[in-house]
Design a protein around this ligand. Structure first.
Ligand SMILES: [Zn+2]
Length: 327
């Protein structure tokens, strides 16, 4: 089978021929149908060794290991994007979303950019048949983004998002359908704005001063800020604009010194994630697509096939992009 690896050293995707894997007792063998790749998939690669990138897939079950009860050949499935360890305190208490040692596919372990993959059935979920696979590929992405949305949103809440990638724009829409009345996006990228719907473009700033004016016009400072970039100067600049007791979500990992730096400036709520269980986020993501609350196709910048991997790596490394790959 064909598998696509990312070579950090060569800064490109390369194809290799691998043997089709066989599922172990608790694993499922899947033929991948679609993938979504974003800039983060290559940016997040830590490993110096070549690794298969990609953390969002939809595929068809081909075979299941002897211990797998819940999945059968022919079913359409997708997977979560943070593999819990199963042995830490949180996992022992069945609070998998709080796992202390999760591994991220495409970062810590091989991801899904291959014709066939094996994955533990614990990390899979079924895709309802009425959602076409081309759209269902957004379920794992939406479920991942929902981890940064507060569990309870006070009526009339407002927020600021620091954005660097296309999926951050999708996050903005998730806030708006989840009860936020006003959001603004701060980004250093001029290109990103062009991927917003025209009616949302006035909410997009490249300078923090724009934020001040925006929320002055609205009459209230924001209750929440979401840092999706890990960019310290950008993050610091939004702190000036927030309500004094606002909550700050840090979605991207900061360096330790940056974390201390922020903790000294911001004495109020700082959170990494919300506490919603994974199953809840998946069923909410399914509901969002079933009710067409979000049109995920709006966020796709390119469509390619697996064999276009060279073009794909060029684009991902060059510009804001969200690429759907037909496998
Ligand atoms: Zn764990």
């Amino acid at each position: 089978m064909k598998a696509i690896f990312y070579s950090k050293e060569r800064q490109e995707l390369i194809q290799r021929e691998l043997q089709t894997p066989a599922p172990r007792e608790k694993e499922v063998l899947i033929k991948t149908n679609f993938l979504v790749l974003t800039q983060r998939d290559l940016k997040n690669v830590d490993s110096e060794n070549d690794i298969i990138p990609g953390r969002f897939f939809v595929g068809e079950v081909i075979a299941a290991g002897s211990d797998v009860k819940d999945f059968a050949p022919g079913e359409t499935v997708s997977g979560i994007t943070s593999f819990f360890c199963g042995s830490c305190e949180a996992c022992k208490n069945l609070e998998y979303h709080l796992c202390e040692n999760p591994s991220i596919p495409g970062k810590d372990v091989n991801g899904f950019f291959a014709e066939y993959i094996t994955i533990k059935s614990d990390f899979l979920f079924k895709v309802p048949p009425e959602i076409p696979k081309e759209k269902a590929i957004f379920l794992p992405l939406i479920a991942e983004l929902l981890a940064y949305i507060p569990e309870e949103i006070k009526p009339g809440s407002t927020g600021i998002i620091t954005a660097g990638s296309i999926e951050d724009l999708l996050f903005n829409n998730l806030l708006l359908i989840s009860g936020f009345v006003e959001t603004a996006i701060l980004s250093t990228s001029t290109r990103l704005r062009t991927f917003l719907k025209p009616d949302l473009r006035t909410h997009y700033m490249e300078e923090p001063t724009g934020l001040l004016q925006f929320f002055e016009g609205y009459g209230e400072k924001p209750d929440y800020a979401f840092d999706l970039t890990g960019n310290l100067p950008l993050l610091k600049s939004i702190l000036q604009v927030l309500k004094p007791n606002a909550t700050l979500f840090l979605a991207e990992k900061l360096l330790n010194e940056d974390k201390e730096n922020i903790a000294q400036i911001w004495k109020f709520n700082i959170r990494m994630k919300n506490l919603l269980p994974i199953e809840y986020r998946i069923s909410y993501a399914i509901k969002i697509l079933q009710t067409h609350a979000i049109q995920p196709d709006d966020f796709i910048t390119h469509i390619f096939n697996l064999d276009d991997y060279q073009k794909i790596s060029k684009i991902l490394l060059q510009e804001p992009s969200l690429i759907r790959v037909k496998m």
